[in-house]
Write a protein that binds this ligand. Structure first.
Ligand code: 2BA
Length: 106
């Protein structure tokens, strides 16, 4: 068994959630915050059988869009933010797949 941890943009979270649950995956969705932009995002936890990992990843990939986001530019040589903004590419999803030693439900 594997634990999939998928960090997804909030705008995609509903579609990822629906895609996974309608395909029979058991999902826990946690409200989370990115450390860089400090924007809200959604972290999904899924315990899945090994042979279902690729199927789950494909669903997450399908519903997680790449997008550009405007962020304030930092003034050169200072820690201050300027009035200029710059664009960065965010997403689709950031995913980790971890071996599960044991899974129990009481
Ligand atoms: P944030 O940390 O808020 O990062 C948002 C976006 O800012 C990132 O998009 C990336 O484009 C950029 N970014 C992040 N850290 C940066 C840095 N040190 N220098 C320059 N640009 C930086 P994504 O890569 O798509 O990440 C989206 C969210 O996924 C992240 O939000 C964070 O919550 C999570 N994440 C990404 N990589 C992670 C990792 N290795 N470990 C844990 N969480 C991660």
């Amino acid at each position: 068994m594997k634990l999939i941890i998928a960090i997804v943009n909030n705008d995609d979270a509903h579609f990822v959630n629906t895609g996974l649950t309608s395909s029979g995956f058991h999902v826990t969705k946690i409200s989370s915050t990115g450390g860089f932009l400090m924007n809200g995002n959604s972290t999904f936890l899924l315990g899945v059988e090994n042979e279902e990992v690729d199927n789950a990843l494909e669903i997450i990939k399908t519903h997680s869009k790449k997008r550009t986001q405007n962020v304030p530019a930092i003034m050169p040589g200072t820690n201050a933010y300027g009035t200029e903004s710059t664009k960065i590419l965010v997403g689709g999803a950031t995913v980790f797949v971890i071996d599960v030693e044991k899974a129990v439900r009481f």
